[in-house]
Design a protein around this ligand. Structure first.
Ligand SMILES: [Zn+2]
Length: 111
């Protein structure tokens, strides 16, 4: 009995890892599409973001952990530099970032 339950747990873990990998891959595809559509500047402070996109350039205005259904909504993505992303994560977003969050929540009735 113990062996069976261990095996199932392991299978579940493996399935979760696979799901996580797929989500990460899909997010990368989604991000690279946005990278091709927008100017490579921080939408909060205006600093250039460089030639190559980094994962931290893409901020989910409303967290994908709380709103998984909005993980792939282009309007939920805010392009930003590492500094501005850090400020948002710390709970002190730059004014333009905060404005974008409020606007997104208002439009989508999340307030
Ligand atoms: Zn910035």
């Amino acid at each position: 009995m113990k062996r069976t339950s261990l095996r199932r747990t392991s299978a579940e873990k493996s399935a979760k890892r696979k799901k996580d990998r797929e989500l990460k891959r899909d997010l990368m595809t989604f991000f690279s599409k946005i990278w091709g559509q927008r100017p490579h500047r921080c939408e909060a402070c205006g600093n250039p973001l460089g030639q190559e996109s980094r994962t931290y350039h893409f901020d989910h205005l409303v967290e994908k952990s709380k709103h998984p259904d909005r993980a792939f909504d282009t309007n939920n993505i805010f392009l930003c530099c590492l500094v501005c992303h850090g400020k948002k994560t710390a709970g002190h977003p730059m004014p333009k970032h905060e404005q974008a969050i409020l606007q997104y929540k208002e439009i989508n009735n999340l307030i």
